[in-house]
Write a protein that binds this ligand. Structure first.
Ligand code: NDP
Length: 500
């Protein structure tokens, strides 16, 4: 093993000490959590180790801000203006935020900057929706009745986020909850809390009143769990693993909280012989190795027509060899580090298990020692069968499984023969083939002749064990509301007991 070399970019770098934000006050915890950069093996951040009492104080602050504070009572235009200001401030501090996401998660700096650009757009989109949130009216119920359906902010929302897209994922939730008039407690991953804490500074500067957004750092069991059980919380918006998502739902059931869950995926890309194979090969490499495969949307399962499988796999392997795995701070790096040494080991176990089950390693298969942190060689497993663990479970690493099919029916059956249903890709130049397969694959997003494109306007979420509810899109704000019916009588009312 090579000795770790501190990269030049970190020469003058000093680990940053953060505090958490409860009721507008920057607060210490009971000790600190140190984050060692996965791509550089040096301590880069320290966050307060929050506990149950901190979570409860934050929830009480959010409750007070919802019940008595100005935020839910502002006009949509007022909230929108504050969200727009927040978007501008995020844009102004994008380099600082991207740097934190890069060093704490190990993702490439160029990608982290791209995610910040996407996040700014989401904040602006949510700001626009804040002004457009409205209900319905029914003037069709007869002369004596007018029906009005109101949308009211649901209340206090617990927001729990994972480590793989720290700033982007909080941005898929928080601005929409705020647009609706909700107040919140946010718990980022204990490994990547930095950019979310900077967001706290930004929101105060933008004019979000104290107590509306509280950010509590710490572990899931200490801080996250009370956020899923406290009776003062009205809704939970969670992104993370399917296992913790299920636990969240069980906890929420005790007080029947509304739950929105964005969970794991094992996303197929189905490729027909008439597809534009040049475009597909590039998308396959991008889909599998973007964010080192630590991506719920990763296209980790190729389902190739047998007539093209050998040629296409060889072409993907050739291109994957050119992907630059390296220092996350190097602007030319395409694939960065793996989040923790334990996770790298888990990915390795999946590869080993697949080989034991009969698959073969076409490319990679193991760790890459760059003398920086933990990295993995882009890996391709061929001869994977639908019942193997590597074809059914989320590996969350740069591992591509290749399966094959003969008929369209078989391709759809293999695509759907898993517990997940987050996304899928279909590749064919034939319109009928794309639409037939696209309509039959059980997934929240189906890309046709492309992969992993996104837009703030398009809803995102999963079928089956990939989650509940949808984020983004024009209905995203409504998710953070209750529906109230006003049934209004006009004129004299004929009573039940009154003489007619
Ligand atoms: P985890 O489920 O382990 O953690 C997600 C969040 O939940 C973290 O903040 C974690 O805290 C917290 N948490 C852990 N235990 C509890 C608990 N008992 N109660 C409440 N909160 C808890 O997921 P990862 O962070 O490992 O993220 C990877 C997963 O996220 C993958 O499965 C991936 O597919 C999924 N994901 C889904 C996306 C989607 O939109 N569908 C998008 C991105 C990721 P901590 O870790 O700090 O202890």
């Amino acid at each position: 093993m090579t000795a770790h070399v501190k990269p030049k970019a970190l020469d003058n770098f000093k680990a940053r000490d953060f505090r958490m934000m409860i009721d507008g006050v920057w607060t210490e915890g009971d000790g600190m959590i140190e984050r060692i950069a996965p791509g550089h093996s040096v301590v880069v951040s320290r966050y307060p180790a929050g506990n149950k009492a901190d979570a409860e104080r934050a929830i009480a602050a959010a409750r007070k801000a919802f019940d008595n504070g100005p935020w839910p009572r502002m006009t949509g235009a007022e909230r929108s203006n504050i969200l727009l200001k927040a978007a501008d401030l995020i844009a102004a501090r994008a380099d600082e935020l991207a740097f934190l996401d890069c060093i704490e998660s190990g993702k490439p700096i160029s990608q982290a900057k791209g995610e910040l650009g996407g996040a700014v757009d989401i904040w602006r989109y949510a700001a626009a929706l804040a002004r457009d949130l409205h209900g319905e009216s029914y003037n069709t119920l007869g002369d004596g009745t007018l029906g009005v359906v109101l949308r009211e902010a649901i209340g206090v929302v617990s927001i729990i986020t994972p480590w793989n897209f720290p700033f982007l994922i909080v941005s898929q939730k928080l601005p929409f909850a705020l647009a609706a008039g909700c107040t919140t407690v946010v718990k980022p991953s204990e490994m990547t809390s930095g950019s979310t804490l900077v967001l706290g500074e930004i929101l105060i500067e933008a004019g979000v009143p104290a107590g509306v957004v509280n950010i509590v750092t710490g572990t899931g069991p200490e801080v996250g769990a009370p956020m899923t059980t406290d009776p003062d919380v009205d809704m939970i918006s969670f992104t993370g693993s399917t296992g913790v998502g299920k636990l969240t739902m069980v906890n929420a059931a005790q007080t029947l909280k509304k739950v929105s869950l964005e969970l794991g995926g094992k996303n197929p890309q189905i490729v027909f012989p008439d597809a534009d194979l040049d475009a597909f090969v590039d998308a396959a490499v991008f889909g599998a190795y973007f964010n080192a495969g630590e991506c719920c949307n990763a296209g980790s399962r190729l389902i190739l027509h047998t007539s093209i499988a050998e040629e296409v796999t060889a072409r993907i392997a050739e291109l994957a060899k050119k992907v630059k795995v390296g220092d996350p701070l190097d602007p030319t790096t395409q694939v960065g580090a793996i989040i923790t040494p334990q996770h790298l080991e888990k990915i390795g176990d999946y590869v080993e298990g697949a080989v034991k089950a009969g698959a073969s390693v076409t490319l990679g298969g193991g760790a890459l020692d760059l003398g920086l942190g933990q990295f993995m060689v882009p890996t391709i497993l061929s001869g994977v069968e639908p019942d193997m663990a590597v074809a059914r479970e989320e590996v969350f690493g740069p591992v591509l499984s290749v399966l094959t099919f003969e008929t369209t029916k078989e391709a759809i059956r293999i695509a759907n023969a898993i517990d997940y249903g987050l996304s899928a890709g279909v590749w064919s130049r034939d319109f009928d083939t794309c639409l037939t397969v696209g309509r039959k694959v059980r997934a929240g997003t189906v890309w046709m002749n492309t992969f992993m494109d996104g837009a703030s306007e398009l809803p995102f979420g999963g079928y089956r064990q990939s989650g509940l509810g949808r984020e983004l899109g024009r209905h995203a704000v409504e998710d953070y509301t209750e529906t109230k019916t006003l049934n209004m009588h006009i004129g004299a009312r004929t009573g039940w007991w009154m003489p007619r």
